[in-house]
Design a protein. Structure first.
Length: 240
């Protein structure tokens, strides 16, 4: 389709002799939220890490805006507009909130100081707590605030596709609600998002489309609503 920005076609990924991803195919279209759901160990994070250049598929093709990216290093993909917020946040604990955000803007350095401050203020508007704590060390933030910081850092590079890996992991329910409201807000602003999430109910509630993964394979696909209404999905993932 003309509006497809990411296409994953029949990729196979191995960890040594372990066949982790088994011929999966899916796409992400401009302006939508696509979610990959499944149990722990289904291959969701491996899929994201393969797209972002941290792993290499043994076979298959991944294209981003029509360009084959299978053999590209991660540092080359970020300037193309592909940004991943990793599972576990991985913020720089001994740097301030502002310093973490500035590092996220390294692809934008040619834009100058005024553009950097504008981008910082945009992140502070989206995440007011980061603005309040801009001079605070990232290691002193709560888990939810670190997740916001990791997301804000990724947004500083102006991504065309934002990939989120388990953004709700380890967070209290009220913070999960807040993080998903922020993801929905980004979507309403036009961001394209690929979301990996074990909280299937929350993920499907905001997704345009979803793919269900089991042991390295995609076993079901549909709109977010279709998957939420599926008896199989309710039984396996939604507690119904």
């Amino acid at each position: 389709m003309a509006d497809t920005i990411l296409s994953v076609n029949d990729i196979n990924v191995y960890y040594g002799s372990i066949h982790a991803i088994k011929g999966i195919s899916f796409d992400v279209r401009q302006g939508e939220i696509v979610t990959l759901i499944g149990a722990n160990g289904a291959g969701k994070s491996t899929t994201l890490n393969t797209i972002s250049g941290l792993l290499r598929p043994r076979t298959g093709e991944i294209t981003f805006y029509g360009r084959d990216i299978c053999k590209m290093a991660a540092y080359r993909l970020v300037p193309m507009g592909l940004a991943q917020v990793p599972e576990g946040r991985h913020v720089f604990l001994h740097m301030t909130v502002r310093e973490n955000l500035v590092l996220g803007a390294y692809t934008q350095y040619r834009q100058g100081a005024a553009a950097l401050e504008k981008d910082l203020n945009s992140v502070y508007e989206l995440f007011p707590r980061l603005g309040e704590r801009r001079a605070q060390m990232a290691g002193t933030l709560s888990g939810g605030e670190q997740q916001m910081l990791a997301m804000g850092r990724a947004l500083m590079c102006h991504p065309k596709l934002l990939m989120l890996d388990e953004p709700s992991m380890g967070l209290a329910p009220i913070l999960v609600e807040e993080i998903f409201e922020i993801i929905s807000s980004l979507h309403r602003r036009g961001s394209t998002i690929l979301l990996v999430e074990q909280n299937a109910r929350m993920a499907l509630s905001i997704a345009d489309r979803g793919y269900v993964m089991e042991t390295g394979k995609i076993v079901m696909t549909g709109t977010g609503r279709e998957l939420m209404d599926s008896p199989e999905i309710k039984k396996a993932y939604l507690g119904g």
